[in-house]
Design a protein around this ligand. Sequence first.
Ligand code: C2E
Ligand code: CA
Ligand code: CA
Ligand code: CA
Length: 279
Amino acid sequence: AKDNGRNQYSFFSKELEVSLSKRINMLKELKEAVNRDEFRLYYQPKFSLIDGSIKSAEALIRWDSKEFGFVSPDDFIPLSEDSGEIVKIGAWVIKQACEDFASWSELGLGITQVSVNVSNVQFTRDDIVKVLSDNIIKSGISPESIEVEITESYMQEDSERALQILHDVRKIGVDLAVDDFGTGYSSMSYLKRLPINRLKIDRSFIGDIPHDVDDVEITRIIVALAKTMGLAITAEGIETLEQMHFLQEMGVDEGQGYICSKPLPYEQFVELLKKKNSC
Ligand code: C2E
Ligand code: CA
Ligand code: CA
Ligand code: CA
């Protein structure tokens, strides 16, 4: 039993060592990645559930690392948040999305908005209002062209200051959406205070619709809540026609998911829109 215990101990400590040194290595690479131009923005169309038209897109970051190859954002975003590196990466995302939106406008693709994911850390450690307005002005686009996606957990940090920043973002004309809605702990009174335009229903509720009774009920409640508060709704992760029809009947106005398109690199996104501007 004693031996066994020791083996187990060394097994776990080795695991920890490996993941820790991997994290340290990845962080080292992450710090260089913006300068080395290793990030790309992919764009996933968002489409009207009323007439199918594509009017906007969500920017999703991709890291093609020299050292690690293709790394998923679910792996490097949390690391970049812990280390503070997200401030630099997030500013790059906003700059790139503004520039890309400006060129879509020149091409006349009929896209009216691009959504960017903004981390809680960017709100607390950077002047997000300045980053947004500087890039909007530099790329010559209108502020309404940008929607910022925040997560539910943002407001738990430092309520009054956090709320003020959201108001300042809205004041410059940028839209606000709450991402992954339903997975956090928002109360109604909390939601009522937020100066937001839109709720995005998390894809974990959409995947088993219409078969999972609980998910259907949760989605119904979120839709009712959004309507009561005058908010627009996006359902993310729509993969099947069945899901799409169900959400249409519920009165959800916008969808996003593989049923229309996966996130695409800039060139392919432009090609898609030139071929068809609806899903
Ligand atoms: P998210 O913001 O909830 O983005 C939606 C995720 O769902 C994306 O994963 C997208 O590729 C995926 N998805 C879209 N449609 C479908 C579908 O029909 N089925 C399935 N199974 N998946 C679908 P992705 O691109 O891997 O991004 C993961 C997460 O990483 C994002 O979740 C977001 O939280 C974060 N992220 C991505 N880009 C950025 C960024 O620029 N900044 C920040 N702070 N976070 C980002
Ligand atoms: Ca998002
Ligand atoms: Ca989401
Ligand atoms: Ca998510």
